[in-house]
Write a protein that binds this ligand. Structure first.
Ligand code: ASP
Length: 317
């Protein structure tokens, strides 16, 4: 008999997305493609190195999302789209699959890393979701980094607003100019202990009004994690994802119907959301460390890496 106990290593993994939508290869230059893929790889590396060190799924998803919030290419944090009034109102959420605790913020201005504020809500308040001015006040109390308006200014985004205003549209980020698609960001992870976490962060939709809030900060719609089933982060037309309760639906199909992660995600994205006209996609992990990335749009900026040596960053179908 072996003198030493054989401890089988659990598979751990991280998946990320940078938004889904009308992303056409024909409209992309090789240089832009490279930029996106590099940004996705950098975010994956940020999160994955923490899992490698034995840190938690929660820490990994925060690190990956922060990296994308700091990158102007994505519609989150620094690169957030403009509202009708020319402001940036950001939404974000995190959920921990072990404790089933969640934190979210909605319609918040000036926060450098909205996902950090969502985490602070989860850890330091009795609430799950804070919004607007109150959330900003809470951020100040907890020393969350705040930036001036200029930090979030990006001429590409401003032009998107002007074009949306002239057509009167409220636009999903990736549908705007053919050559400029950016998106909501998200990450899901399974750590060495089989704990799951999900995080999503977004600037929402260009030209949005009336304090519109999307699916991203709504637990169960755009973001959900439960160690029993899966961790999910969504991207796409938020209104339809809210009506579909998309992220929780995947968890329910797994818990009550015994579907695998892949089967459940395929059903929700390719059948349920399609029937509801809900364009977009989602990323997910299960407690065995399996990842899945599904979308019904032309493309989704995405990537995954696991401890069995699988790693990829992709844009199109
Ligand atoms: N789902 C986000 C929202 O509706 C947008 C996106 O995924 O790009 O706010």
């Amino acid at each position: 008999m072996n003198k030493y106990p054989v401890t089988r290593m659990r598979k751990y993994s991280l998946a990320i997305h940078g938004g889904a939508g009308t992303i056409r290869k024909a409209a992309m230059t090789p240089a832009m493609e490279k930029e996106y893929l590099q940004a996705l790889s950098a975010a994956l590396a940020e999160g994955y190195q923490l899992l490698e060190k034995g840190m938690t799924a929660r820490e990994a998803v925060i690190a990956a999302v922060k990296s994308m919030e700091d990158c102007i290419l994505f519609n989150a944090g620094r690169g957030s789209v403009f509202t009708h009034e020319g402001r940036h109102e950001m939404d974000a959420a995190i959920m921990d699959g072990k404790s089933l605790r969640a934190g979210a913020i909605a319609g918040v201005q000036f926060i450098k890393n909205p996902i950090e504020l969502a985490q602070a809500v989860m850890d330091h308040s009795e609430h799950v979701m804070l919004s607007g001015e109150g959330a900003l006040q809470f951020a100040r109390m907890h020393n969350i980094s705040i930036e001036e308006d200029a930090y979030f200014y990006y001429d590409v985004r401003y032009k998107q607003l002007l074009s949306a205003q002239s057509s009167g549209d409220i636009i999903l980020d990736h549908h705007i100019a053919e050559d400029k698609k950016f998106g909501t960001v998200g990450a899901v992870a399974c750590d060495r202990n089989g704990n799951l976490a999900a995080a999503t962060s977004t600037g929402g939709m260009t030209n949005k009004r009336f304090n519109r809030i999307g699916d991203s900060p709504l637990i169960g719609s755009g973001t959900y994690a439960n160690n029993k089933t899966c961790a999910i982060s969504c991207t796409g037309h938020g209104e339809r994802f809210i009506e579909a309760v998309a992220a929780y639906d995947v968890s329910c199909l797994m818990e009550y119907k015994g579907l695998s992660l892949d089967e459940a995600m395929k059903f929700v994205v390719q059948e349920k959301l399609v029937a509801m006209n809900g364009e977009g996609g989602m990323i997910g992990v299960d407690p065995a460390g399996n990842c899945s990335m599904q979308f019904n749009s032309e493309g989704m900026y995405r990537g995954m890496k696991d401890s069995e040596g699988n790693a990829e960053t992709l844009i199109y179908q």
